[in-house]
Design a protein around this ligand. Structure first.
Ligand SMILES: Cc1cc2nc3c(=O)[nH]c(=O)nc-3n(C[C@H](O)[C@H](O)[C@H](O)COP(=O)(O)O)c2cc1C
Length: 322
């Protein structure tokens, strides 16, 4: 496959987008863990740098220690997306700093490093390690992880999220983006706690917990990890509803994602209250999706009518389900 964009580049519009003090060429970024920029550079060479598909690059989740990830199978394709049970394999902090960071620092866009730990102290250690690295523009906290001490999912409980931010915020002046989980009673309440305890932005949605049964072994799950995370078009409407709900609770910038495949989908998330849009699963099908979507969005009109930078929501607020 040649890595060539024939359509007009989103970057040529001249317009810049501010996000937490970071200047971006357009509002499309990748969802963590869904675009391997190092492998893409190996496959496409420097053409990747000339035509990088995203306005900022969000790395896959980094943990303190190396992780092998979950046993296979790790993917189940859905009619409208997929369930993954990858299990966050990564080299750990030391491996990331030694091997990945120098390569990711060569990308032509700001680097956002996504980190996760199983206690506030672990996350604080990770954040402190990246705080002093000039290559890193911002940090994203993946809070879809249980706190080993309390057993509570850090991102499912506003008190846990507040405690996490209290531990982490003093360790860096870099922007902190809290990646919310949709697998909880109220992502908006968690977002409000994050805002009150010093987050600079929130991103959502992470994957929704789901399960597929093994077609040949009745009663057994297909995925080696048992359950996995649903992503792609299947979650798009959920992402829209949750972004709108979070926008009504916080003034922080929002990175909205979930099932975005086209400029129209991105536009919808911006209209629901997002400031940037993340593209995840679609990049597996089309590695150039980020730039294509940015170009499509530019044609539609990328200015949000209701994000934090402009005004309050123009349309009716959320109603109860019937
Ligand atoms: C294969 C795969 C791996 C992912 N890995 C991560 C990860 O390492 N860290 C993270 O915060 N989110 C991870 N995500 C979640 C995505 O960043 C994104 O939040 C989610 O997939 C919704 O967007 P989408 O529907 O456009 O894929 C992963 C998603 C997929 C499909």
């Amino acid at each position: 496959m040649s890595f060539v964009l024939r359509s007009s580049q989103a970057q040529t519009s001249g317009r810049r987008y501010g996000f937490c003090g970071i200047e971006l060429a357009h509002p499309i970024v990748n969802g963590s863990g869904t675009f391997d920029a190092i492998a893409a550079r190996r496959a496409f060479g420097d053409a990747l740098l000339d035509r990088f598909p995203f306005a900022a690059f969000v790395s896959k989740t980094v943990t303190l220690e190396p992780r092998q990830g979950n046993p296979p199978p790790r993917l189940w394709e859905l009619g409208a997306g997929m369930i993954n049970s990858i299990g966050l394999p990564n080299k750990g902090l030391a491996g990331y700093l030694a091997d990945d960071l120098p390569q990711l620092a060569e990308l032509p866009v700001p680097l956002i490093v996504n980190v996760m730990g199983s206690s506030p102290d672990q996350v604080a250690t990770l954040v402190a390690a990246f705080a002093e690295r000039d290559e890193v523009a911002a940090l994203e906290l993946n809070i879809s992880c249980p706190n080993v001490r309390t057993g509570l999912l850090m991102g499912a409980d506003p008190g846990e999220t507040a405690a996490l931010l209290d531990a982490v915020r003093p360790r860096t002046a870099k922007p902190l983006i809290v990646k919310l989980t949709p697998n909880c009673a109220s992502p908006a309440a968690v977002a409000a706690a994050a805002e009150q305890h010093g987050a600079d932005a929130v991103s959502l949605v992470n994957t929704l917990r789901g399960m597929a049964m093994d077609p040949r072994r009745p009663g057994e799950p297909w995925l080696g990890g048992g359950t996995g995370g649903v992503s792609g078009p299947a979650v798009r409407t959920i992402a829209l509803a949750q972004v709108r709900e979070v926008r009504e609770r916080v003034r922080l910038p929002i990175v909205g994602m979930g099932g975005v495949q086209t400029g129209r989908h991105a536009r919808d998330l911006l209209d629901a209250g997002a400031d940037l849009v993340g593209v995840g699963t679609e990049s597996f099908r089309d590695p150039l999706a980020g730039n294509r979507i940015a170009v499509e969005l530019q044609r539609i009109g990328a200015n949000s009518g209701m994000n934090g930078a402009t005004s309050q929501p123009a349309r009716p607020r959320i109603s109860q389900n019937s």
